[in-house]
Design a binder for this molecule. Structure first.
Ligand code: PHE
Length: 346
């Protein structure tokens, strides 16, 4: 008996919902069947009067009926353009999706590439697994010359070329100089940014690091072109008040050779603070960046370029070194540990 009543009620409700043409009618149907004194609740009140063994199954049936009516109601509501039952607070702050970003080293490589692109340098890539000839022999290092020791090179076991010598991991981007000369005729304006490998590890050295190497070869290139390029880069990268200084040095593959310094941001090259004390960042006004020089005639010759006609300059510095100076980072290892607490700051 009561089962039939429930079935009839369900059919009646579904029939009315399907006939309804607007949201208001649907709301009326909802309260008529599902409201506090609606028909479903009326039926529920009958349960205590039933035989105890029937109460469970009838209760369940009533619940199912209620659910079915609710489903049909909300489907029609959606069809008629109404909102679903559930609602949400538009003013709640949303959850931000996690978005990654480029690593600081990659950001810096891109920045350096852009700065040099503006004055016509083209970024190139040459092998990281190289021959001795490109890293040393062809760069004017005689075999067994003690100067090679400074580069603390990883040689590759059982990799030898009769023509080019031992296989190695590039210890500096200068290996790109001869590659570039072989690939192209002057004028050359190369920017070679690559991974370099050396057997070294402390707060300012990592076994794998990046260098960027500039090479310009053309007729009439001299030291003033080098100095102008260095000044330009420092102003672009570190800020308009910074200047470059070159000091005599020695490299096998440049003559003359220099070490390049940049004026300190703390004391602007004076070595003294405003109150006359010694600058604690640099002590003497300048910070060392790395090597540079005029390309050695032997290197030009090895690259198939006539040193009587052409001259050139080159420089090669650490990407991590310049970025650590720019952002005041004290330990190179932070850059390669992948700790998001550090990386998210940049
Ligand atoms: N390759 C040198 C180094 O690793 C730097 C350098 C590059 C010096 C170009 C002179 C010219 O220290």
């Amino acid at each position: 008996m009561i089962k039939d009543q429930i079935t009839n009620l369900k059919n009646e409700a579904i029939g009315q919902v399907l006939e309804a043409n607007d949201l208001k009618t649907l709301e009326e149907i909802r309260s008529k069947f599902l409201g506090r004194s609606g028909k479903i609740n009326e039926l529920t009140k009958e349960i205590p009067k039933l035989k105890p063994e029937d109460r469970g199954s009838i209760g369940k049936l009533i619940n199912e009926t209620k659910q079915t009516i609710e489903e049909v109601l909300s489907q029609s509501q959606e069809k008629l353009g109404g909102k679903k039952e559930e609602w949400f607070d538009l003013t709640l702050p949303g959850k931000k999706p996690e978005i990654g970003h480029l690593h600081l080293v990659t950001q810096t490589i891109n920045e350096i590439t852009d700065i040099f692109a503006k004055i016509g340098f083209k970024r190139v890539r040459y092998p990281e697994v190289e021959w001795d000839w490109y890293a040393f022999g062809g760069l004017n290092f005689p075999e067994n010359h003690p100067a090679r020791d400074e580069w603390e090179t990883y040689f590759i076991a059982n990799l030898n070329s009769p023509k080019y010598g031992r296989g190695l991991l590039t210890p500096h981007t200068s290996s790109g100089q001869l590659r570039e000369m072989e690939a192209q005729k002057p004028p050359l304006r190369m920017l070679n940014i690559a991974k370099c490998y050396r057997r070294q590890s402390d707060i300012s050295h990592a076994t794998m690091f990046y260098q960027f190497e500039g090479l310009v070869v053309d007729e009439g290139i001299n030291i003033t072109h080098l100095k102008g390029t260095l000044d330009y880069f420092f102003k672009q990268f570190f800020g308009p008040e910074r200047k470059a200084r070159i000091r005599p040095y020695h490299f096998q593959f440049t003559e003359p050779s220099f070490e390049v310094d940049v004026s300190c941001s703390g004391c602007l090259g004076t070595g003294k603070t405003a109150s006359g004390e010694i600058c604690r960042v640099c002590k003497e006004g300048w910070l060392e960046i790395g090597g540079a020089g005029m390309v050695h005639p032997n290197v030009l010759r090895n690259g198939g370029i006539d040193p009587e006609k052409y001259t050139g300059f080159a420089f090669g510095w650490g990407v991590e070194r310049v970025l650590m100076m720019k952002y005041g980072i004290g330990d190179i290892r932070l850059l390669f540990e992948g700790d998001l607490r550090f990386l998210n700051q940049f």
